[in-house]
Design a protein around this ligand. Structure first.
Ligand code: ZN
Ligand code: ZN
Ligand code: ZN
Length: 135
């Protein structure tokens, strides 16, 4: 069972303290990709007692529930808000904006099995470039 706060899913027993709510509000309002430090610094303005350990824990809970996803291929730990349906991200290298795309360039599971004898379970793919406003 999960509880939901502003579209972010958390385990049911998670206590919604004011610090955690400040974190969730910050993540819900964040426009593109972010690091844990980005979120910590912004949320601390709403909730000065907030600790960095709570920030890491909360982002990790959201990652486990699929509400945020680690961006594949990023060296530093960069995350993005995310939904449960299969999709990929168009990530702008200039401004950090992230747009979802339902375009999935991978061949079907059956096709991959046929070609490589490989049983596909999941894949991660982000598409990097420049967004409409930065191109
Ligand atoms: Zn997503
Ligand atoms: Zn951009
Ligand atoms: Zn895909």
């Amino acid at each position: 069972v999960e509880r939901e706060y502003r579209g972010l899913r958390l385990p049911d027993r998670t206590r919604l303290t004011s610090q955690r709510r400040a974190l969730l509000d910050t993540i819900a309002d964040w426009p593109g990709s972010f690091t844990v430090v980005d979120i910590f610094e912004r949320a601390r303005k709403r909730s000065p007692a907030l600790g960095v350990a709570t920030t890491y824990r909360t982002v990790d809970l959201l990652r486990q529930s699929g509400s945020v996803r680690h961006l594949a291929g990023e060296e530093r730990s960069t995350y993005v808000r995310c939904g449960p349906d299969h999709h990929h991200h168009l990530v702008c290298l200039a401004c950090g904006s992230v747009e979802d795309t339902e375009e999935c360039p991978l061949p079907s599971t059956a096709e991959i099995k046929r070609r490589y004898g490989f049983s596909l379970e999941s894949h991660e793919l982000e598409i990097y470039g420049k967004c409409r406003s930065c191109a």
